[in-house]
Write a new protein. Structure first.
Length: 158
């Protein structure tokens, strides 16, 4: 719960979306202010085990990450469980989220109406969970190792 991840804005966007529920996970300096302002359709949970987090991903209709990251492993984790992603159209999310295939990109984390539109779009789309899982495979450890070895061979190192 840190400013660059925009948790206050995400929660506020859900205030206008009573038909949807949001479960937020994490701890941090904005946890107190966030708890003080939570809409009734938003639940804030603290730190979760990997098993609990994976279970949430699997049951979710979508995953929101509107912070700018160099990469953003949580987006890949969500996709790996077959969950579409709403992400900020900056940084690593551009490499991870393919609009219309694995999720939706939003340009401004402070534009709550656009964020609500993205949430509605994800909820109103029938996503192919196998395609979502497959999109996460691009970032697997085995794929990384293969590419790294290939590059080393190309450079003449073995």
């Amino acid at each position: 719960m840190v400013p660059y991840k925009h948790p206050l804005e995400v929660a506020e966007a859900f205030r206008g979306l009573g038909q949807f529920r949001l479960t937020m996970v994490g701890v941090g300096p904005l946890e107190g202010p966030l708890r003080d302002r939570l809409p009734p359709n938003v639940e804030l949970r603290g730190w979760l085990s990997r098993t609990e987090l994976a279970s949430l991903y699997e049951r979710a209709g979508g995953f929101l990450h509107i912070g700018e990251e160099d990469f953003g492993i949580t987006m890949v984790e969500a996709l790996a469980t077959g969950t579409p992603v709403i992400a900020l159209d900056r940084g690593g999310s551009r490499d991870i989220v393919e609009p219309g295939v694995s999720g939706v990109l939003v340009s401004d984390p402070n534009d709550l109406e656009r964020l609500r539109e993205a949430i509605r779009a994800v909820a109103g789309t029938k996503w192919d969970r196998a395609v979502l899982r497959e999109s996460a495979e691009r970032f697997s450890e085995s794929r990384f190792r293969e590419g790294f070895k290939r590059e080393l061979r190309r450079l003449g190192a073995e």
